[in-house]
Design a protein around this ligand. Structure first.
Ligand code: UD1
Length: 417
C-alpha cells in the first residue's frame, strides 16, 4: 500500500522543472516497434506506466535501457506478436502497441487493456480502423487476434470521436502501410504532435499532426532517431493547482504555455496572476480564490479531462460556486466524495459536479481511486488544516515522478510512505 501523508497549510515557494509527458512517452515507446531500429528518448519520465511499456517491449524481444531520463530502445530484435494479459492489464496505453506490432509482423494478439476505471473504455474505434486498413480481427475468450498477411493498406478513416489512443494507433500502423491513410476527426492533442514529430524524424511521412485531418503516406522502412519528449501539461496544471490552493508563488520551468491555453484562463479567473517568459510559467495566487466559469472538458484544444480533478481541488476553496461538466469519461468524479471528507461542498449528478467554495478544509483519511483523482486529493490536502493520509495504491506513480519530493522541494509538508 502506498500512502501519502500531508500536513497542510504550508505556502509553496521556488522553481520546479516540469517532467516529460507520460502521454507522449507511452505512444512513442509503442511507435519504436514500427521502426525496427534504435532510438534514444530524452526527457523520458520515470513512471510506473513507462516501466509497464518497457516490460512490454522486453517481452516482445526488444531492448530498453534507462540512464537517468534518457531511454535507449532497440526494436530490431522484435520476435513476438503477442502481449500477455498480465501486461495488457497494467495500463490503457498497452493497446497502442497493437498497430505497431501488426504493421511490423503482420499478426498481433493481445487482450483488452487495463488502466484507471473511468467508466467504459471501449477500443472499438481502434479495431474498426485497423480492419479498414485490411486487418482481419477476431475475438475469442477475451483475446483479440489480428492478421494482415499481405500487410496493412492505407485507408480513409473518419473517427466517430477524436479518440487520442485510436488516432495514435492508426498513425503508427499507417506509417508502414501500403499507400496513404487519411484520418478525419483525428485527436489534436500535443502528445499526438509529439508522436508524429518522433515518427517523421524516423523517416515517416505524416502531415497535419495536431490538426483534425492527418495524412500518412506509408513507407517500407523507418529508422531510429533521437527525440526529446515534450513537458507534461497535466503535471503543470497539477502544480499550478497546488500553488493556487496554498496562496503561493512558484515558477514552473520548461513549460510549453500554448499547451495550457485552455487551463491558464481558468487560474486567472480564479484570481491568480500568471506570467510566462521563455518557457517559465510563474503563478502567484491570491489569499482567497474566486469561483470560475463552468469548466467543460472537451478534446484538445478544449479543457483537458485530466486537469478536471486537480482544478476541482482549486474550486473547493474558491469564493462562490463552480460547475464542472465532464464530457469525455462517464465516471470521473470519484474524488468528489473524498473531497467532502475534507469539508468541501461538492455534489455530482451524472456528468455535472457543483462545487460551493468553503473558507477552509480540514484533514481526514482519504482513499484515491484513479491517477488524477489522487492528484486532486493531494492538492486539496496541501490546503487542509492538520494531517491527511491518502491511500494512493500506486496510482500517483503512474503519472507523477517523485510527486512528494517535487512538492517538498517547494516547501510542502508531504511524504509518500
Ligand atoms: C488518452 C490519455 C488520457 C486522457 C484521454 C482523453 C494517454 C495514455 N491517455 O486516453 O490521459 O484522459 O486520452 O484526453 O494518452 N472511446 C471509445 N472507443 C474507442 C476509444 C475511445 O468509445 O475505441 C471513448 C472512451 O471511452 C472515452 C473517449 O472515447 O470516453 C476518449 O477516449 P480516448 O481519447 O481514446 O482516451 P485514451 O486514449 O484512452
Amino acid at each position: 500500500m502506498a500512502e501519502l501523508l500531508v500536513e497542510g497549510c504550508n505556502r509553496l515557494k521556488g522553481e520546479v522543472t516540469v517532467q516529460g509527458a507520460k502521454n507522449s512517452a507511452l505512444p512513442i515507446l509503442a511507435a519504436t516497434v514500427a521502426t525496427a531500429d534504435e532510438s534514444v528518448l530524452y526527457n523520458c519520465p520515470r513512471l510506473s506506466d513507462v516501466d509497464s511499456a518497457v516490460k512490454i517491449l522486453r517481452y516482445l524481444g526488444c531492448s530498453a535501457t534507462f540512464s537517468g531520463h534518457s531511454l535507449v530502445v532497440d526494436t530490431k530484435g522484435l520476435c513476438c506478436d503477442h502481449i500477455p494479459d498480465a501486461l495488457m492489464r497494467q495500463m490503457r496505453s498497452s493497446i497502442v502497441f497493437l498497430g505497431a506490432i501488426l504493421t511490423r509482423l503482420k499478426t498481433a494478439k493481445l487482450t483488452f487493456p487495463g488502466g484507471c476505471e473511468l467508466g467504459a473504455r471501449p477500443i472499438d474505434l481502434h479495431l474498426d480502423a485497423l480492419s479498414r486498413m485490411g486487418a482481419t480481427i477476431s475475438e475469442k475468450h477475451g483475446e483479440i487476434v489480428c492478421a494482415a498477411p499481405k500487410g496493412l493498406v492505407g485507408a480513409n478513416i473518419a473517427l466517430a470521436f477524436p479518440s487520442v489512443g485510436a488516432t495514435e494507433n492508426i498513425i503508427i500502423a499507417a506509417t508502414r502501410a501500403k499507400g496513404t491513410t487519411v484520418i478525419t476527426n483525428a485527436a489534436r492533442e500535443p502528445e499526438i504532435e509529439d508522436l508524429c514529430a518522433y515518427l517523421n524524424s524516423c523517416g515517416a511521412s505524416i502531415r497535419g499532426a495536431g490538426e483534425g485531418t492527418v495524412v500518412i503516406d506509408g513507407t517500407d522502412k523507418l529508422h531510429g532517431t533521437a527525440h526529446t519528449i515534450i513537458p507534461d501539461r497535466i503535471v503543470a496544471a497539477t502544480l499550478m493547482s497546488a500553488a493556487a490552493v496554498t496562496g503561493s508563488d512558484i515558477t514552473l520551468r520548461g513549460v510549453i504555455s500554448s499547451h495550457l491555453s485552455a487551463v491558464i484562463p481558468v487560474f486567472e479567473e480564479a484570481g491568480c496572476d500568471i506570467r510566462i517568459k521563455d518557457g517559465d510559467l510563474t503563478i502567484n495566487a491570491p489569499g482567497r480564490l474566486r469561483a470560475f466559469s463552468t469548466v467543460r472538458t472537451t478534446p484538445y484544444p478544449g479543457f483537458p479531462t485530466d486537469a478536471q480533478a486537480p482544478l476541482m481541488a482549486v474550486a473547493t476553496l474558491a469564493q462562490g460556486t463552480t460547475v464542472f461538466v465532464e464530457n469525455i469519461f462517464e465516471n470521473r468524479y470519484k474524488h468528489a466524495s473524498e473531497l467532502v471528507r475534507l469539508g468541501a461542498k461538492v455534489r455530482t449528478e451524472g456528468k455535472v459536479a457543483v462545487v460551493e467554495g468553503v473558507r477552509e478544509l480540514y484533514s481526514s483519511s482519504l482513499q484515491g481511486s484513479d491517477l488524477r483523482g489522487c492528484a486532486c486529493l493531494a492538492v486539496a490536502s496541501l490546503a487542509a488544516q492538520g494531517k491527511t493520509t491518502i491511500d494512493t495504491t500506486g496510482y500517483l506513480e503512474r503519472g507523477y515522478e517523485n510527486f512528494d519530493v517535487v512538492l517538498r522541494n517547494l516547501g510542502a509538508n508531504i511524504k509518500m510512505i
